[in-house]
Design a protein around this ligand. Structure first.
Ligand SMILES: [Zn+2]
Length: 64
């Protein structure tokens, strides 16, 4: 997995919680969840896979 930085403080001391998946009509989301050990904020990174299945459909975004 690519290196992840805390979007709040830029820290790298992160605790990764268990991933979970959400299945929607035509999409499949994998949600990665981290908690920053430096500033205490938590953040998610969501991978969206369209069910057509090709990797061009993968879209990554960071939400707070
Ligand atoms: Zn932080």
């Amino acid at each position: 997995m690519e290196p992840i930085l805390c979007p709040f403080c830029g820290g790298t001391d992160l605790f990764q919680e268990n991933d979970y998946s959400v299945e929607l009509d035509a999409e499949y989301w994998t949600v990665h969840h981290w908690e920053c050990m430096e500033c205490g904020q938590s953040f998610d990174k969501i991978e969206v896979v369209h069910e057509q299945g090709d990797f061009e459909g993968i879209n990554e975004s960071i939400t707070h």
